[in-house]
Design a binder for this molecule. Sequence first.
Ligand code: HC1
Ligand code: SF4
Length: 636
Amino acid sequence: MVRLMINGRSVEVPEGASVLEAARKAGVYVPALCYHPNLEPAGTCRLCLVDILRNNPSRGKKVASCATPAAEGMVVLTNTPELKDHVRSQIAMQRYRHPDRCQTCAANGQCEFQDLVGRYDVPPPPFVKPRVKPSLEKDGRAHANDRTSPALDLDFEMCVLCLRCVRACSELQGMDILGVVARGNEEVVAPVYNLDMKETECISCGACVASCPVAAITEKDALQDVQDLLENNIDYARLEEQELVPPQEEVSQSTKNTVSAGPVQFGEDDALEKKLNDLRKYVSVVQTAPAVRITISEAFGLPPGATTPGQLVTVLKMLGFDYVFDTNFTADLTILEEGNELLQRIANGGPFPMFTSCCPGWINMVEKVYPDLIPHVSSCKSPQQMFGSIAKSYFAQKIGRHPSEVKVVSIMPCVAKKDEASRENFRTEAGGRDVDYVLTTRELARLIKMHRPKISFQTLPDSKYDSPLGKSSGAALLFGTTGGVMEAALRTAYAVTAPPGGGSMPRLNFEEVRGLNGIREATVDLHGTALQVAIAHQGSNLRELVDKIRAGTAPPYHFVEMMACRGGCIGGAGNPKDAVDTELLQKRFAAVYKGDADLPLRTSHENSEILQLYDDFLGKPLGHKSHELLHTHYTA
Ligand code: HC1
Ligand code: SF4
């Protein structure tokens, strides 16, 4: 540990911590835009400059506190009049390039640049000259945005050049899709080689989105579509046909008199509600991913897991969804399908390893970077897509609606799920897209705040998920964290491989696959069969593990779980993004395991609604109907 003094406050930090981190620990505010707890320090925004009066490594000069290690005995000043002037002039320079669109901006109220402008009271410039992507030979125009990705949008005007996205893509994900294009006043962050996003190998993981302090890179907005679904769901063209619209002259007459003078009065005609209900174009169905119930609370200033899944259901009902179902239900279904696929591969001798298929960032990586691995990836659709298929077939049938009349919305902690839902092979002629709209957890929080600005989430009553796609196990909840799909599969594999007649204790906890190390491996004894497994999370670790497997230097794994975000879905790029450091990730992680331990049902194969689904509709795992609805293929 080293002890130093910052603005007169004494603080102790571990060796290697930066002066900036020491200041934050001491409760001293230091402005910064390029700093992010998960990235290597860059020192480029120059906002975090400090004076070091004693033990200054650069002999009296001001230093970037994010890139300067704290040292024993340092005496630091962060807020002198000179430093304040410096910060104000840096922000004023950025403000000259930043459009004044705060009220309609996706980051409004959550924007680090907006916070700085407010905090330092920087007035608007006389005029604004926003950044644009310089002219391209393709069409000879300068571009203000790139909306060609299926998952995210780039708005070059908004960029504050902190380069956090560039570093996240490279350092965390090992992808190097983004870079600084052009120089000087023309400088802008964009896909390298002047490509459009859709032409790159971008895997839609959203690490760039999660690290952006403003709204220069955002998830593709689905809020307007979902609001339209919830609020504008009447087939107005059929109003007249149903004799619910008075002739034009009667309308004007009725408005001249009293509201109740119209030909149809609410409450007086029981058939009216039914008629109006029949005019509703769609039944709206929403599914909530495992990680969402853990992290949604953070958007309301609460710790992870502080609100209950039942409160999440209540708020979704308040927003107007007809049915609130659970992606955890189809996570259980995935275990039955994927588990059987693994057993089938064991019986047939491979191909091994079999990789999980639920993370769309990973699937994109396979298709774009490692197409030779395609035969190794499980053919199971992700739980999100299995849900869409089942909702538009089994459930639509149950409620007597055509698949096209059921609209499916997902709430996901993930940016790449938007990309996944838009894939061509995840749609049918009858029902259109299996999943119509995907909202990130952040977008859901915005939707809730727009419609219920004063909501006290934590005090809402609990509601139950609807049936029959709402029951789930603790194993399904584990999907939300790295190692969780593996542990859920192991619980079921352990149970189904038990010798006939019992005799062995059920096993629920597989500590050997838990943790936050980037790559983990274990050998699990399934009643005499040794199953070799591995788990990786975060793009750079996926690449490291794949390189070893392809080079033949990895052990002969049977089953490998891959998640593109650090921590798995609880670290997904669609979660609330304030200060997602290791400490917060560990709290989310603990909330998942507590949620699992508290549930009465812990294993997927014991989920009675899943068993019912097989009995009533699917037949058996890997059966004909399963193949049609729950499995897919990948293309290079
Ligand atoms: Fe995930 Fe999954 S766990 S991918 O991490 O398999 O997004 O939460 O919904 O589909 O179930 C994400 C989370 C999620 C799927 C499931
Ligand atoms: Fe890079 Fe992921 Fe962003 Fe694509 S989505 S640019 S791969 S960080």
